[in-house]
Design a protein around this ligand. Structure first.
Ligand code: HEM
Length: 139
């Protein structure tokens, strides 16, 4: 299976891979739960699933629209004071979640593709932490 097929499956299924992600994430990092105080986690899982499609689109097609979304997403995380250092653990937790979700269909090729895609996305998000990157969107 390639990354495009995996995202197709993620979007087609009724259950949310991202529900499983947050379960795993808070099990691993209980202290981070407080960052989400007051956040509706059902809605959050829906938003994160759609963000996975943007991560895929930026990886596969390099769309400027996807890049701009990721810049804005980075900006939102910077305003929430989420340290950039958390992104590597976030990525590893997402990879483990995808492995559990896809079970025997998961393989190293797919893992490499998703690793690459998430790394590229978090690079852009981290650029979004800098004010000038967001200002550029307006010019
Ligand atoms: C590649 C990494 C990440 C992606 C793709 C991602 C994705 C998202 C998305 C799509 C949203 C919703 C934004 C919106 O309301 O429009 C969000 C919000 C949020 N994320 Fe992340 N996130 C990432 C990493 C992290 C990390 C490491 C943390 C730290 C624990 C975090 C904490 C939050 C919080 C607290 C919110 C705010 C929820 C709210 O205000 O309703 N995120 N994230």
């Amino acid at each position: 299976m390639k990354i495009a097929e995996s995202i197709h499956r993620i979007l087609s299924r009724e259950d949310l891979v991202t529900d499983l992600f947050y379960l795993t994430y808070f099990e691993r990092y209980p202290d981070l739960k407080q960052q989400f105080d007051g956040v509706d986690m059902d809605q959050q899982a829906v938003l994160l699933r759609m963000a996975l499609t943007v991560i895929h689109q930026y990886h596969e097609y390099g769309y400027p629209a996807a890049e701009q979304y990721l810049l804005v997403l980075g900006r939102k995380h910077s305003l929430r004071n989420i340290p950039e250092e958390l992104y590597a653990d976030w990525r590893d937790c997402m990879l483990d979640t995808l492995e559990r979700y896809f079970e025997h269909e998961w393989n190293t090729e797919l893992e490499d593709e998703w690793t690459n895609a998430i790394n590229k996305a978090t690079d852009v998000m981290c650029r979004g932490y800098e004010e000038f990157a967001i200002n550029r969107l307006r010019n």
